[in-house]
Write a protein that binds this ligand. Structure first.
Ligand SMILES: Nc1ncnc2c1ncn2[C@@H]1O[C@H](COP(=O)(O)OP(=O)(O)O)[C@@H](O)[C@H]1O
Ligand SMILES: N[C@@H](CCC(=O)OP(=O)(O)O)C(=O)O
Length: 366
C-alpha cells in the first residue's frame, strides 16, 4: 500500500505549531531539520509545498504571552507579529541549501472563489516551475470566522491546498507518531493505527483535543483534513515531526505514522466543486434526485426550494447529497423553481440555457 507513496511527485507538508515552538521562541534546530529534509526531496526531483503553522505562537511569545491566545484581535495581532519571524527563519534555513522560498498567505475565500483560486493556482504553478518552495499559512490577520473567510486551522488549509493544487501526497507532521484509537493523553491503552482505509464515525470518535498551548486543531481537524484530501484522490500520512528523516522515509514507502488511503481521483474541476463551501442550497424533489444520479442535468421543474443568496457560477449544495455549480443566481431560481424550461424566458426575461447544472457540474458527496 505504501509503494504508491514512492511515486508521489507533488507533496504538501504541514508542520504544526508544536513542532516549531520551544520555550519562549522558535525551535531553530527543528526548523533546520525540516528544511534539510525538504531540500533532499527537492534533490530527488519532487515538488514540495509547505504549510507552516506557528505565526500566532511566535507572535505571542514575542510579546511575552505564555497562555493560549483566544481573543480574535489578539490572535490577529500575534499572527501579524509572528509570521515574518517564521518566514525569516525559513529563509535562513533554506538558504543553506540554495533553496528560494515564497510566502503565500491565503483565506478560505481565496480558494472558494473561482477567480482568486485560478490566480493562486497560476502563481503557485509558476513558483514550482522556478523550483521555489511556497510556504502557506492562513492570512490570520484578516480571516475571521464570522464572515466565512477563515479555515481556522492549518490542517484543513493544508488539505484544501493539496486538493486544489493537485498534490499526490499530504504529510501532516505533528507531535505524535500517528492516529491512536483513543486520545493518548487520557487513554494509556490507546494503540497507533498504521492504515486507515476509510474515515468512519468510529475513527472520528477516537479524536481528542489539541496537545499544546498554541496548537489549534487537535486530532479532529487532522481527520477532517484527511477526509478532504482523500476525497480528492490524495494520500495522507500523519507522522511525528521529530522522527529522524521522517519526510524522505515516508516518501520511500516506510511504515511510519498513519496512512490514510486516497479515494478515487476526481478531475480538477470536480475537486474544486467538492471542496468549495456552498453559498446556498437548491432543494430538489425525488424525481430530480434520481435523474441526477443517472447523470442527467438539473432542470427548474425539479426544484422545490432555494436557500441563501448566490450568483450564477457559484457552488451550491443540492439537498444534502451533492454540490454543483449553478448557471442561475438565487433570485432567478426562486422565480424559476417548479416551472417548465419552456417558460424560462417569459419568467426571467432572458434565456441563457435550460439547465441549472450540467452533469459535469454536479459532484455527489458519497
Ligand atoms: N486519537 C488521537 N490520536 C493521536 N493524538 C491525539 C488523539 N486525540 C487527540 N490527540 C492529540 O492531538 C495532538 C496533536 O494535535 P495538535 O496539538 O493540534 O498538533 P499540531 O500543533 O501539530 O497541529 C497530539 O499531541 C495528541 O495529544
Ligand atoms: N495559522 C495559525 C495556525 C493555526 C493551526 O492550525 O495551528 P496548528 O494546530 O498548530 O497547526 C498560525 O500560524 O499560528
Amino acid at each position: 500500500m505504501r509503494d504508491a507513496l514512492r511515486k508521489a511527485n507533488r507533496i504538501v507538508v504541514k508542520i504544526g505549531t508544536n513542532l516549531l515552538a520551544r520555550d519562549g521562541g522558535l525551535d531553530v534546530e527543528a526548523m533546520g531539520r525540516f528544511c534539510d529534509q525538504v531540500a533532499s526531496l527537492l534533490q530527488a526531483g519532487k515538488q514540495v509545498l509547505l504549510v507552516s503553522s506557528g505565526a500566532i505562537g511566535m507572535g505571542a511569545m514575542e510579546l511575552g504571552i505564555e497562555s493560549r491566545v483566544t481573543e480574535i484581535r489578539m490572535r490577529q495581532a500575534c499572527a501579524a507579529i509572528g509570521q515574518p519571524l517564521l518566514m525569516h527563519q525559513y529563509r535562513e534555513c533554506f538558504a543553506d541549501h540554495g533553496v528560494t522560498i515564497a510566502q503565500v498567505l491565503i483565506t478560505r475565500y481565496v480558494l472558494n472563489n473561482r477567480r482568486t483560486y485560478l490566480n493562486l493556482q497560476a502563481s503557485v504553478e509558476t513558483l514550482l516551475s522556478l523550483n521555489v518552495v511556497p510556504i502557506f499559512n492562513e492570512n490570520d490577520s484578516i480571516a475571521v470566522d464570522e464572515i466565512n473567510l477563515a479555515f481556522g486551522d492549518n490542517d484543513r488549509l493544508s488539505a484544501m491546498v493539496a486538493s486544489k493544487i493537485d498534490a499526490d501526497l499530504l504529510i501532516i507532521l505533528t507531535d505524535i507518531d500517528g492516529l491512536y484509537d483513543g486520545d493518548p493523553k487520557n487513554d494509556p491503552h490507546a494503540r497507533r493505527i498504521a492504515v486507515v482505509p476509510k474515515i468512519t464515525d468510529e475513527v472520528f470518535s477516537w479524536a481528542g483535543t489539541p496537545g499544546s498551548t498554541f496548537s489549534t486543531g487537535g486530532m479532529k481537524t487532522k481527520l477532517l483534513a484527511a477526509e478532504i484530501a482523500a476525497s480528492a484522490g490524495c494520500s495522507i500520512v500523519l507522522a511525528h515531526g521529530n522522527e529522524k528523516n521522517v519526510l524522505p522515509r515516508i516518501c520511500e514507502g516506510e511504515d511510519i505514522g498513519t496512512l490514510f488511503l486516497a479515494g478515487k481521483r476526481l478531475s480538477a474541476r470536480n475537486r474544486w466543486i467538492l471542496n468549495s463551501a456552498p453559498r446556498g442550497t437548491i432543494w430538489i424533489d425525488e424525481g430530480a434526485v434520481s435523474a441526477l444520479r443517472r447523470h442527467k442535468s438539473l432542470l427548474p421543474p425539479g426544484i422545490v426550494g432555494v436557500e441563501g443568496f448566490f450568483d450564477s457560477g457559484e457552488v451550491v449544495a443540492i439537498n444534502d447529497i451533492a454540490k454543483a455549480v449553478t448557471a442561475f443566481d438565487s433570485e432567478e431560481l426562486r422565480k424559476l423553481m417548479g416551472h417548465h424550461t419552456a417558460d424560462i424566458t417569459s419568467i426571467i426575461g432572458s434565456k441563457r440555457r435550460d439547465e441549472v447544472s450540467l452533469p459535469e457540474d454536479i459532484v455527489f458527496l458519497d
